[in-house]
Design a protein around this ligand. Structure first.
Ligand SMILES: Cc1ncc(COP(=O)(O)O)c(C=O)c1O
Length: 401
């Protein structure tokens, strides 16, 4: 028996178990651009209520055109990593725009925010430092810290979600550490809640700790101009390190960035392994992302439309008798308990032409499985009302309302 056969058998058994438990994820294939309504293979037109296309930029004509122009001007490939074969000027323009948007001195792009996060602890920390992380931070932050620890031998710790007293204690205990880095999501993507940035910053400042905020669900979403969590709280320029994605509100293609001081971004350019050993963001994607930032800067009212849509959907859901988690973001989760219940609800919604994903363990804690609705500025009232009708039907069928 070879190792390969052993692995195949183990994986097949586990896949069968996922199916038995009702937690197997089926991929739904879409044959049209991402938009409020899409063409789903085998289903026809479906309202999407589970995408990060918050501003409707995924298929905005100006952003698609910018991508095509980027492709024509810079070609398809980046051909190597940036310091070896050269950096396209579009990357510099994008990085300047990203820094301007989130209010930092500089920014550095990566092929994903996952990559940007992964670069930070492993590149910046040493065995004399510590990183403390909110318990509900995104998987990319958790893995970034695991990697950072194993490479640099830095210390790490986790504080209970939003428990700044615990963070305060842990920072006090870490008084001897040279660099104390605290990391939090700006918007917690499974809860739809916003971090209490003023309190978090106050605790960090009191202990001389640096704050790293992952604003992937806040960039383009929070603040009057969509500049993120810091703008939402009137604290632009106060966060030491911001990471964010280009794969959600800002065009939805792919890519991410670190925004911080010039020195920090320059150091990452010199030393971050995902920069040194992996190709840059394709120029066409960089061009679309740049066009997204420019469009957002020109038409910030889209952010207000998004907030208004989210408020409408949340209120109507409550009126129907659902109890979504409270919050002020376009992420509206409805807790259902067991994973299979969340998956069942999402299947019934899809049968009625509404695509909402069910999330269970290990993405969320055991017993807290949920369907998570994500609202977009691209949704019309008609889209939202049709989705709410489907929620009402399924809610009655499952005796949830
Ligand atoms: C908070 C957060 N950080 C990072 C990421 C990863 O972003 P990307 O798709 O650019 O790798 C996500 C995506 O789900 C996220 O929600």
């Amino acid at each position: 028996m070879t190792d390969t056969n052993h692995l195949e058998r183990r994986l097949t058994q586990q896949l069968e178990q996922f199916s038995r438990e009702g937690t197997y994820k089926h991929l739904n294939y879409i044959d049209s651009p991402q938009a409020a309504r899409v063409q789903m293979e085998g289903r026809g037109e479906v309202i999407i209520l589970s995408s990060n296309n918050y501003l409707g930029f995924s298929n905005h004509p100006e952003i698609v055109a910018a991508g095509k122009a980027g492709l024509d001007k810079f070609g398809a490939g980046t051909a190597s990593v940036r310091f070896i074969c050269g950096t396209h000027t579009i990357h510099r323009e994008l990085e300047e725009a990203a820094a301007r948007l989130v209010g930092t001195e500089a920014a550095l792009s990566f092929v994903s925010c996952w990559n940007a996060n992964e670069a930070l602890p492993a590149t910046l920390l040493t065995e004399r430092d510590i990183v403390l992380s909110d318990q509900l931070n995104h998987a990319s932050i958790i893995d970034a810290i695991r990697l950072g620890k194993s490479i640099t031998k830095c210390q790490s710790g986790v504080y209970r979600h939003g428990d700044f007293e615990e963070l305060d204690r842990k920072l006090a205990e870490a008084g001897d550490r040279e660099v104390k880095l605290v990391v939090s999501d700006g918007v917690f993507s499974m809860e739809g809640t916003i971090v209490d940035l003023p309190r978090l910053l106050e605790v960090c400042r009191r202990h001389g700790a640096l704050l790293w905020l992952d604003d992937s669900h806040a960039t383009g979403v929070l603040g009057p101009h969509g500049r993120g969590t810091a703008e939402h709280f009137g604290l632009l320029g106060q966060v030491d390190i911001i990471t964010s994605t280009l794969g959600k509100a800002l065009g939805g293609a792919a890519g991410g960035f670190v925004a911080s001081s010039k020195a920090l971004c320059d150091y990452l350019t010199q030393r971050a392994r995902p920069q040194l050993f992996s190709n840059a963001l394709p120029a066409t994607v960089a061009a679309s992302a740049l066009a997204s930032i420019r469009l957002l800067e020109r038409e910030p009212e889209r952010v207000g439309r998004l907030a208004e849509n989210a408020r409408y959907f949340r209120e109507r859901l409550v009126t129907l008798g659902f109890r979504p988690l409270p919050g002020d973001t376009p992420i509206v989760p409805v807790i259902l308990g067991e994973t299979a219940a969340a998956i069942r609800m999402s299947e019934l919604l899809l049968d009625r032409g509404v695509f909402v994903t069910g999330f269970g363990y290990p993405v969320v804690p055991q017993g807290e499985a949920r369907v998570r609705c994500q609202i977009s500025a691209a949704h019309t009232r008609e889209d939202l009302d049709a989705a709410l009708d489907a929620f009402a039907q399924v809610g009655r069928e499952l005796e949830l309302i």
